[in-house]
Write a protein that binds this ligand. Structure first.
Ligand code: ADP
Ligand code: ZN
Length: 287
């Protein structure tokens, strides 16, 4: 089967071709500008590829309710050009193949469970800490949808005592994303993320926020693996800081060897690296 996959992001659309084994044969990156311009290039790329199916993981919020008249749309995004853009509908105009659709982070969670760090597990979370914070969840073998879909990047966190930064979420100010996504780190400390490497207080504070979120996810969803990726996690010292703080917060309450003795193998980097989202989009076709 030839599967066309799209990881639709706010800065770029990564498009690729692969198969049902999760093998990506080729990939390209198209800048996210206006829907007209971007989709033109996407359609041109896939046009002659003899696709059997397509899978799309998209930035959100998106409408995943198949009975809704706006199913397959990107909904109330701050990226105004894309507000209520009918992404699946636009692809259907050009390709008469089955199209799988979900959020970018749900797709990545699925990809990691099929071929990556959570291979063989029926439950995992995929968290990205980048321009925003997004979290996808596979629970009992299903990607979680609901009223819309979970928005675990926007939860409330307890403030760090030394943090006087207001937060920058346009909706909530100092929610998790408002305090801990890449642009918040850079604005609070006044430097690009990669230039903050030698400032331990930056990553202590970052881990303080990420660990609270992860501890809450453990308490609410009990995932079997937590995969954390995104640009900010290029500061790989964050992994051990976050693991230690998650253990502290949980205080030994959740009785699992994974948490108590093997947390290094519980909170991990993506097994598929930068391909989690694209491979996951291919995985959506198999559902
Ligand atoms: P996106 O979320 O748009 O898909 P990324 O996951 O690459 O993109 O995240 C981009 C963000 O990650 C940037 O806004 C920047 O703040 C942060 N970032 C990128 N590289 C580093 C780094 N080496 N150290 C810390 N932060 C970084
Ligand atoms: Zn928010």
């Amino acid at each position: 089967m030839i599967i066309g996959a799209i990881e639709a992001g706010g800065t770029k659309f990564v498009c690729g071709i692969g198969n049902e084994e999760g093998v990506i044969v080729e990939r390209i990156s198209i800048p996210t500008t206006t829907p007209d311009e971007t989709m033109n290039q996407v359609v041109t790329y896939f046009k002659d590829k003899q696709l059997d199916a397509m899978g799309v993981g998209s930035f959100g919020p998106v409408d995943l309710d198949e009975s809704s008249s706006t199913y397959g749309h990107i909904t109330s995004t701050p990226k105004t050009h894309w507000n209520y853009f009918d992404l699946v509908g636009e692809l259907r105009k050009h390709f008469s193949v089955p199209i799988g659709f979900d959020t970018d982070v749900n797709a990545a969670a699925l990809g990691e469970s099929l071929w990556g760090a959570a291979k063989g597990l029926d439950s995992c979370l995929y968290m990205t800490v980048g321009t925003g914070i997004g979290v996808g969840a596979l629970v009992e073998g299903k990607l979680i949808h609901g009223l819309t879909h979970p928005e675990m990047g926007h939860i409330v966190v307890r403030r760090h005592g030394d943090d006087h930064y207001a937060g920058r979420c346009p909706y909530h100010g100092d929610c998790l994303e408002g305090l801990a996504a890449g642009p918040a780190v850079e604005e609070r400390w006044g430097k690009k993320g990669h230039l903050l490497e030698d400032s331990p207080e930056v990553w202590e504070m970052e881990a303080y926020y990420l660990a609270q979120a992860i501890a809450n996810y453990v308490l609410i969803l009990s995932p079997k693996k937590i995969i954390v990726g995104g640009g900010v996690m290029k500061q790989t010292q964050l992994y051990s800081l976050v693991r230690d703080k998650v253990k502290d917060i949980l205080g030994g309450y959740v009785q699992s060897d994974q948490l108590l003795d093997r947390i290094d193998d519980y909170i991990v980097a993506p097994g598929l690296g930068d391909n989690a989202g694209l491979a996951g989009a291919m995985g959506l076709v198999l559902r």
